[in-house]
Design a protein around this ligand. Sequence first.
Ligand code: FE2
Ligand code: FE2
Length: 292
Amino acid sequence: MKELKDSELNPLPSLDVWEDDVLTRYPDPEAIATTRNAEEYRQYDDPARDTVKEFYRLNHTYQTYDFVQEKRADFLAFKRKEMSIWDAFDFLNQLVDDSDPDTDLDQFQHLLQTSEAIRADGHPDWMVLTGLMHDMGKTLCLFGEPQWAVVGDTFPVGCAYSQKIVYPEFFVNNPDYNNPAYNTKLGVYEEGCGLRNVHMSWGHDEYVYQMLKDYLPEPALYMLRYHSFYSWHREGEYSYLLDDHDREMLKWVNLFNPYDLYSKSPVPPNWQEIKGYYEGIIAKYLPSMLKF
Ligand SMILES: [Fe+2]
Ligand SMILES: [Fe+2]
């Protein structure tokens, strides 16, 4: 791949801009009901949308089947760093949002607000822990990875792209688009092969799934691995790649998604009060050191 300029590595002012944009596509039903109608909620003339559009142009252009294999071979060896969970949260928090320092909470606060919302609804402790860990894969950015290889809606590579993926028109720039091995409905896959046999575009979901796959129950692993696969869990696409197990697990992915999207609040939880609980569930499920 050619040498990328900084504007091609980091088209967004911060990673959070992507999640803010997802929220305009899939607004909180309650916020719409109580504040304004859905059309008003979608701010199409927001200048942030231009950076998001450029972000997706790069994402759709460069996330080829070969690119994914390269990243998997590199990052799934987990040979960069070994950290305790608490050091890992400090490390993740080095990702700061320069664009909006007053209003945006740090990465750990997003994780904690997600997990606290799950806990408040009485879900099992492993799901609370999943909320706490789900974006740990964003540390990829701190290893110098381009933003479009860390966040963004994920999609299967090696087969035709769904038209329900955001900005589908940019896929014409992807070399795989014209490659007969990859551009048919099934591409390199077999009908009903199951998502476990499908390679997704590379990003923080697959990375954190692989990091934690030995420690959490199966529904948690689906939440980690597919939380950014919006064309599946929100749009119902790619049914021909699914098996019965995927169809069974979809309800867990759907259960998780609103906690990720709609738990943001300007008021941080009182960490001193809840710290003991989190130390307990981390000790219960996770090893003392995590490999990155
Ligand atoms: Fe995420
Ligand atoms: Fe998230």
